[in-house]
Design a protein around this ligand. Structure first.
Ligand code: ADP
Ligand code: ASP
Ligand code: MG
Length: 415
């Protein structure tokens, strides 16, 4: 039994949904299909959540969201009385209803009550369309199976609870195709939660782990995992075989083709992950498996919108363990993830993602206890399997602010 996952780009418009349906009928006999929101709908819902929380006008964005889906449904389903119209209406009404109520104080909570509508709409439309095309598919609300804690926008999976519920709700895997949402779950109060942006790959891996799948296939707009994002370095070659170790390191450093949390649930049960193209379907793509770490060409990864924060005690004293523990306490309280760190006698520097609002708050807090300086709009470039000379391809003429090299990995913070 295989878990197949389709991301936003693979269902971004009517023609894409039609192509995705063909892939399903050619390749999928049973198991689970995980689907994320269509195109850029999560970004649109993010703007909606911001407007709602700021008590600004939401009608415009809401209407755009409804219109985007309605146009696609009208093109996919000729019959105006098809039940899909009623199904989506239920979600449009629920979203409208939510927007008509006053927001609570917690932004992350409110965000998670709004963004899941992207996945709920996409899965409703796609599952009805697959059925229309003759493939019998059963829609499941993943929030009834995937339970999490209350860390809204970065929810942690309750594996024990999720295992029991998932096994019950996806119980006839050999004879059925279940279609469900990636990225979302629910907490113990049955409020929606989300697993972090781009989290649908992770959902596929969670389901594969719990349901003991033989493989996970993620269908992407690239040929597989390449030696760099092809949008950055267009002729980067594909890597046909990748170890779990290389895959988790590349994803962690920011190779956006796989969500970093995807690898662990698969590695723990030796489940292979295939990254393949929904455009060039004859190609096998990349297989990530329990391979020994073998020699592969240098892999380039770029993280944009990075902030370099340098922290020094006020009185020229050394940065010692107590300071570090205090600093990390502040970072953890603001859910800030550190991408790179470096220390000297009296200074500690970190590189973090510039996430909406969070970095400003953390800098403000750190300034109460330390001298803090920061540079914004930087890039963090990582080269894994670094070889002599490999860096010239990407560093040419760039100003390097921080440089770190180990046996296999070189990292540069550049302007
Ligand atoms: P999904 O549709 O599943 O959400 P994503 O858009 O998140 O897929 O991931 C696919 C994208 O990842 C590609 O379009 C590509 O630009 C980017 N990418 C970044 N690094 C790599 C890499 N090393 N190999 C292939 N693609 C990469
Ligand atoms: N729709 C979500 C996002 O855009 C999850 C995903 O695509 O994996 O972040
Ligand atoms: Mg994605």
């Amino acid at each position: 039994m295989i878990i197949n996952k389709f991301g936003g780009v693979s269902i971004k418009d009517t023609a894409s949904v039609q192509r995705m349906a063909k892939i399903c009928s050619n390749y999928i006999l049973n198991g689970v299909i995980v689907v994320s929101a269509m195109g850029k709908m999560t970004n649109m819902l993010e703007s909606l959540a911001q407007a709602y929380f700021a008590k600004k006008e939401t009608k415009n964005i809401y209407n755009q969201f409804v219109e985007f889906h309605t146009i696609i449904i009208k093109q996919l389903f000729q019959d105006e009385n098809h039940e899909v119209f009623k199904n989506v209406d239920v979600f449009f009404k629920a979203l409208k209803d939510k927007l008509s109520q006053a927001p609570e104080l917690n932004y992350d909570f409110e965000y998670d009550q709004i963004v899941p509508f992207g996945e709920l709409l996409a899965t409703t439309i796609v599952s009805q369309y697959l059925n229309l095309m003759g493939q019998k598919v059963i829609w499941r609300d993943i929030r009834k199976s995937l339970k999490t804690d209350h860390t809204y926008r970065d929810a942690k999976v309750d594996w024990k609870l999720s295992e029991g519920l998932t096994k019950t709700n996806f119980n006839d895997l050999e004879n059925t195709i279940y279609l469900t949402q990636g990225y979302i779950g629910s907490d113990s109060n049955n409020m929606s939660t989300s697993l972090g942006r781009e989290g649908s790959d992770y959902t596929a891996a969670i389901l594969a782990n719990i349901l003991n799948a033989e493989k996970v296939v993620v269908w992407k707009d690239v040929l597989g995992v390449m030696c760099a994002d092809p949008q950055w370095i267009p002729n980067a070659p594909i890597i046909p075989k990748l170890s779990y170790l290389d895959a988790i390191e590349l994803a962690f450093f920011g190779a956006k083709v796989i969500h970093p949390k995807t690898i662990k649930p698969l590695q723990n049960k030796n489940i292979p992950l295939q990254v393949r193209s929904f455009i060039s379907t004859d190609d096998e793509g990349t297989i990530i498996n329990k391979f020994e770490n073998f020699d592969i060409p240098p892999v380039y990864i770029k993280k944009e919108k990075q902030v370099l924060i340098s922290i020094k005690p006020f009185d020229f004293s050394f940065i010692v363990e107590e300071n570090l523990s205090h600093i990390f306490g502040i970072l953890a309280a603001h859910q800030i993830k550190v991408n790179l760190m470096q220390n000297s006698a009296i200074s500690f520097s970190i590189v973090v993602d510039n996430e909406l609002g969070r970095v400003d708050k953390v800098i403000k807090e750190l300034k109460k206890f330390y001298n803090v300086k920061y540079n914004e709009l930087l890039e963090l470039i990582t080269i894994r399997h670094n070889k002599p000379g490999a860096e010239y391809l990407v560093l040419n003429g760039r100003k390097i602010l921080v440089e770190q090299k180990s046996r296999m990995v070189a990292r540069f913070v550049v302007q």
